[in-house]
Write a protein that binds this ligand. Structure first.
Ligand code: FES
Length: 105
């Protein structure tokens, strides 16, 4: 069964930027665009590099190692040398401003 887990407080996430969290042994990047949040696993599908530290613009993050780009909304690889999608996680904000992600068991 999947569970919603608290990962952050919305007011601590910078708008137009991303932040890395380690949660349940998974490294997760959370992106904030106004009231929209996106969460992806911090692992490039080309050669396993961390995406954290990569350039983020227009809902795309660039892998710092070889430059592959990924859509942070869908996880889809947008440019070589990566072809596989990164994992994404459902994410939501509760009425009292807590950010939660849904993780599988
Ligand atoms: S490890 Fe990310 S593009 Fe090669």
């Amino acid at each position: 069964m999947n569970q919603w887990m608290e990962i952050a407080i919305l007011s601590t996430l910078k708008d137009g930027a991303y932040q890395r969290f380690e949660f349940e042994n998974i490294d997760i990047l959370v992106f904030r665009e106004g009231n929209h949040l996106f969460a992806i696993e911090d692992e490039c599908t080309h050669d396993g590099a961390e995406l954290c530290g990569g350039l983020y613009m227009n809902h795309e993050i660039e892998c710092p190692r070889h430059g592959a780009k990924f859509c942070v909304k869908t996880g889809q690889a947008l440019s070589a040398p990566a072809y596989g999608s990164v994992n994404t996680f459902p994410i939501r904000v509760t009425h009292d401003g807590k950010v939660e992600i849904e993780l599988g068991e």
